[in-house]
Design a binder for this molecule. Structure first.
Ligand code: SME
Length: 168
């Protein structure tokens, strides 16, 4: 792995995402377990954006979402589809930006300091397998720019790793 966080162009959030889209190639390694790549993927993102207080996966198993690799404080381990922001995204299969989590009916507060979040669906061969959740202590931390680029990052992830080997 040749990734160096010091080489990120930090002038704007867009430039950070553009650099990451190129450098993620050297972070994601073929021939290692999926869980290792999933872990480094979120470590790079958390390291690149100070506004992220928590980032992690919830994967579908037996019809519920279960906590996967994450960076941040201890989090809820099980979320029902349709519940909270993560469960809503799993149900609708569409990304959701929540500018103020306190105004989102049914929001699940794992960390009371969290004020906004973005949740994105994760697909494997067109089938929903989980969601990626990013939280922030700032209000309205995530914008359409994050949605567009995080979806690109997840596409890159899905193309580089084989989710079929994820033994979850
Ligand atoms: N806030 C999320 C729950 C997960 S934690 O924030 C890590 C939700 O409402 O689904």
């Amino acid at each position: 792995m040749h990734y160096e966080s010091t080489k990120i162009d930090r002038s704007t959030e867009k430039s950070v995402y553009e650099t990451l889209l190129k450098s993620m190639d050297s972070v994601l390694e073929p021939n290692i377990p999926v869980i290792s790549n999933l872990s480094n993927f979120i470590a790079v993102l958390k390291d690149s954006f100070p506004k992220i207080s928590w980032i992690g996966y919830y994967f579908l198993k037996n019809g519920s979402l279960y906590l996967g690799p994450f960076q941040g404080k201890v989090a809820c381990t099980k979320i029902e589809v349709g519940s909270g922001v993560c469960g809503t995204v799993a149900e609708k299969k569409e990304s959701l930006i929540v500018e103020n989590v306190h105004k989102f009916s049914g929001h699940i507060a794992c960390d009371s300091g969290s004020n906004s979040e973005i949740v994105l669906p994760i697909f494997n061969n067109g089938e929903l397998i989980g969601v990626l959740d990013l939280d922030s202590y700032d209000f309205a931390a995530f914008t359409e720019l994050d949605k567009i680029y995080m979806e690109k990052m997840l596409n890159l992830l899905s193309n580089k790793i084989n989710f079929n080997t994820l033994n979850f």
